[in-house]
Write a protein that binds this ligand. Structure first.
Ligand code: AMP
Length: 136
């Protein structure tokens, strides 16, 4: 699992349009962008996803996300960005090397959020209690 396509990009074995690199992270254009400028931020130290990444690596990723996000936005004249990340196959993760997508957005009409539902008070209370009980 550790020898991911992103590791090959880090080692320069696979080409990529790298836009930023430091000791802990790398950022490059997504090969199949949702929109022009769609960029991925990836740690050089492998972790599969949010369920196993260590705090220092996650902090390094987020430092780079914050550094790169305004550059991605301004490079394409956008007004905002989506910062998305998929964790687990059930959530659509395809590359099992933790990464964050920075996707520039010009206008709210460009995308759809997932459908929302209504909860009863009891449903809210029950799920909140289960989440609290599972925090370690
Ligand atoms: P996900 O795991 O769902 O966040 O998706 C992985 C993302 O990595 C997709 O958006 C792919 O287009 C992107 N991707 C996969 N291989 C490469 C590559 N060699 N260079 C750049 N992006 C890639």
């Amino acid at each position: 699992m550790e020898d991911t396509i992103f590791m090959k990009i880090i080692r320069r074995e696979v080409p990529a349009h790298i836009v930023y690199e430091d000791d802990e992270t790398i950022a490059f254009l997504d090969a199949k962008p949702n929109v022009p400028g769609h960029t991925l931020v990836v740690p050089k130290k492998w972790a599969e996803n949010i369920f196993d990444v260590d705090d220092a690596t996650l902090a390094a990723i987020m430092r780079t996300v914050r550094k790169i996000a305004p550059a991605v936005r301004d490079a394409v004249g956008a007004h905002g960005v989506h910062i998305n990340s998929n964790h687990g196959a059930a959530a659509g993760q395809i590359v099992f090397h933790i990464h964050f997508h920075i996707i520039p957005r010009h206008d709210r009409s460009e995308f759809e959020f997932w459908p929302k539902r209504e909860y009863s008070h009891d449903e809210f209370a029950a799920i909140a209690e289960k989440i609290r009980a599972n925090i370690s």
